[in-house]
Design a protein around this ligand. Structure first.
Ligand code: ADP
Ligand code: MG
Length: 696
């Protein structure tokens, strides 16, 4: 293997490549445009495009694509070649600034949530110079935003960039209040830890539910799953280890700093953690990571499952979104500082996040809502409740209490704790990272939002966090700008924020039933399903939030509302049809064959006077369950048809939630029971045990 530092980023048209390949003034213009988020002039773009093309051709590339992130949550690309025919039947390799900056994919099949009806059918893609171009599968990929001709965002990247701008604007106002004049920009940073399952390809291909729905729709629980926790951080199997090594290598080439890989709690479950970077780049990198995981798993005759809950009764997969804010001078604003002033600033930032999470619980919940993540959050019996709350750790909580009540803090200070006058202790990570059940935990110098599903893009969640925090900061800047007694007013502000929003802070067991009651008493939202939370998108408070900060226009928000609900219904539609197909075409026929065999054996035994209790009782049980399953199949089929007939997105999603899901659960219960009494050689599918222990 080439040495890592040589390999790292070797497939990325990054800053150092640009510096070495672009004329000095062009390079400076690109840097400026990255920093200020402005567009490159056409001539400059031509020079950049040409350099990019030459660099790519040297690496054997013949095609380029605008790589974008439509509202499906996965990435899209349409390949074009550099080849441009010239006279005499020859061709040259060309790539213009225009092609770099703007593309026009035929985007008519991507979800638009109704945006297309109002605007032109075609969309266009526009280069995002803040995320470097890279070579993937021999194609030059140019990260782009995807918009309608009216400029409406049809993708996940545009709102994310806008939300980063929003928090930058408001945060700078707040930093100025603290006399911070040297900072010219702040960026949110994210490290997204990715969980996934690996199963053997052969087993996977025998299960249509895994193939079509990404999760098992049937399956009795195995005698052994994660009870012993022997998989967690356990020794990594050699096939998995080889996969992880190659995954790391491929990610490194693309500049994705994959750092740790280990086994997770469930059998066959693993995790990859990257080193954090700017949120926009993290979002791109997480998409690349998921894509590469899926692709490389196949190479090792495995399948990578990114679904949030591939197996009932077994731990699901999430994505931990580690989030912070950093200045362009390199200061992490969620890190307690050295001086009382820095600490006051830290406390204000902390309060901004607390207020944001409390005020916009609904927006955060929506940002992680999907049919698949519902199975991990709140909607399923074994899932933790879908209540948004925060964990700060004892030390910080007592500091906030001291501020709120004008008390001494922890006996360290003999006088009242005064913002701007006292130094805070450093928070060692282990004192703040103990609660793994909290959806939004402070972990020493960053927050970890843990509700994200493993398969989703991280953009939505970060749009929500960035914009909500921008709003708290806006209010603080409004309140404190022009203050005559800054420290006094700051202290008062912190006190009132803590008083008002401390209900969101909870350090107990977030998975316990008591929490559901307690949260209700506190007036916190509990929105178990996607249709429960999505309507909050259109709440006046949330429309105001997003429009004020220019992250979503009202019409863009309405589009997201519709896409979320439609996607929910579509996913459940596929699942229901897959279940019907599996039950009717494989399971019931197999069970019938088995019961025929049992009956035959019973008759044969009877004829020679041998007792046949096993055969008779089992056949009877099968017959009972089959009759039940048959009725449930009809019910599921009917419920699905009825739901499909509804045209309004919300009513349809509710019909899926209220009629189709219960029908799916009922059918599954009968089928899973059938599985436990059917001879293995008749059962048409690999069992949970077969799948979970398939990678040897
Ligand atoms: P864990 O909390 O899972 O034990 P770490 O705290 O080491 O592990 O890191 C978890 C993730 O948080 C990593 O992806 C890391 O890069 C990321 N991270 C660390 N610091 C920051 C930061 N300032 N902003 C965003 N992410 C960060
Ligand atoms: Mg973590």
């Amino acid at each position: 293997m080439k040495n890592v530092s040589e390999m790292f980023g070797s497939m990325v048209f990054n800053d150092s490549v640009m510096q070495s390949r672009l004329p000095k003034e062009v390079y400076q213009q690109v840097r400026q445009s990255i920093k200020l988020g402005t567009r490159l002039g056409r001539e400059t773009a031509d020079v950049v495009a040409n350099a990019m093309k030459d660099w790519a051709i040297e690496k054997g590339v013949t095609h380029f694509t605008h790589w974008f992130q439509p509202m499906t949550g996965v990435t899209a690309e349409k390949h074009d070649s550099f080849i441009s025919p010239i006279e005499g039947g020859k061709a040259i390799m060309e790539f213009s600034g225009k092609e770099l900056i703007q593309g026009e994919p035929d985007a008519s099949s991507f979800p638009t949530g109704g945006l297309r009806a109002t605007f032109e059918a075609r969309g266009y893609t526009a280069w995002d110079p803040t995320s470097y171009a890279f070579i993937k599968d021999g194609v030059l990929c140019i990260p782009t935003a995807f918009c309608s001709y009216g400029g409406e965002a049809l993708d996940k990247k545009t709102p994310l960039l806008r939300s980063m701008e929003a928090i930058n604007r408001q945060c700078l106002r707040v930093l100025r209040l603290f006399g911070n004049t040297n900072v010219t920009a702040v960026k949110t940073t994210v490290g997204a830890e990715q969980e996934y399952f690996l199963v053997d390809k052969e087993v996977f291909e025998k299960r249509r539910d895994l193939m079509y729905a990404g999760r098992t729709l049937f399956g009795a629980r195995p005698p052994k799953s994660q009870e012993l926790y022997d998989h967690y951080f356990g020794a990594i199997k050699s096939r998995v280890a080889a996969f992880m090594t190659e995954l790391d290598t491929e990610l490194w080439k693309l500049g994705v700093s994959a750092k740790t890989e280990h086994n997770e709690a469930a059998p066959a479950q693993h995790e990859l953690a990257p080193v954090f970077s700017s949120t926009n780049i993290s979002a791109d990198h997480n998409q690349i990571t998921m894509e590469l995981m899926k692709k490389l798993a196949k190479k090792y005759d495995m399948e990578c499952l990114l679904h949030e809950k591939p197996f009932d009764g077994v731990n699901g997969s999430g994505k931990h979104n580690n989030w912070s804010i950093t200045t362009d001078t390199g200061v992490n604003l969620l890190e307690p500082g050295e001086t009382p002033y820095e600490n006051a600033q830290f406390l204000l930032m902390l309060c901004a996040v607390i207020q944001a999470v409390d005020d916009y619980q609904d927006v955060l919940r929506i940002s992680v809502a999907s049919a698949s993540n519902d199975l991990r959050l709140g909607a399923a019996a074994e899932a933790p409740p879908a209540i948004v709350s925060m964990f700060l750790g004892e030390e910080l909580e007592s500091i906030l209490a001291a501020i709120e009540n004008d008390e001494t803090y922890d006996g360290r200070e003999k006088e009242f704790f005064k913002v701007g006058a006292h130094v805070l202790p450093k928070f060692p990570k282990d004192s703040t990272d103990r609660n793994r059940t909290s959806p939004f935990a402070f972990t020493g110098n960053k927050f970890e939002f843990r509700m994200l599903g493993s398969s989703s893009s991280i953009s939505g969640a970060n749009v929500a966090i960035n914009t909500a925090v921008a709003e708290s900061l806006r209010q603080y800047a409004d309140a404190l700008e022009g203050s005559e007694d800054f420290e006094g007013d700051l202290h008062k502000l912190l006190r009132s924020v803590i008083k008002k929003h401390k209900r969101i802070i909870f350090s107990g067991n977030g998975y316990g039933d008591e929490w559901v009651d307690e949260a209700k008493k506190r007036g916190l939202l509990n929105l178990p399903t996607t249709p429960d939370c999505v309507p909050y998108y259109l709440d006046i408070k949330n429309v105001e939030l997003f429009t004020r900060h220019r992250v979503y226009s009202e019409i863009e928000l309405a589009a997201r509302y519709k896409v979320k609900l439609d996607t929910y219904s579509k996913v459940l539609h596929i699942e229901a049809l897959t279940m019907l197909d599996m039950a009717q075409c494989d399971i019931l026929p197999a069970v019938s064959e088995f019961s025929g065999q049992l009956c035959g054996a019973a008759i044969a035994k009877k004829s020679v006077g041998i007792e046949s209790a096993y055969e008779t009782e089992t056949a009877e049980k099968i017959s009972g369950l089959t009759t039940k399953a048959l009725a449930q199949i009809k019910a599921l089929s009917e419920a699905t048809q009825n739901a499909e007939e509804l045209s309004d997105s919300y009513s349809k999603a509710c019909a899926y939630r209220d009629s189709v899901i219960p029908a799916m659960i009922a059918l599954r219960a009968s089928v899973d029971e059938l599985e436990t009494i059917t001879a293995k050689k008749y059962w048409p599918y690999p069992t949970y045990g077969d799948i979970l222990y398939s990678v040897k």
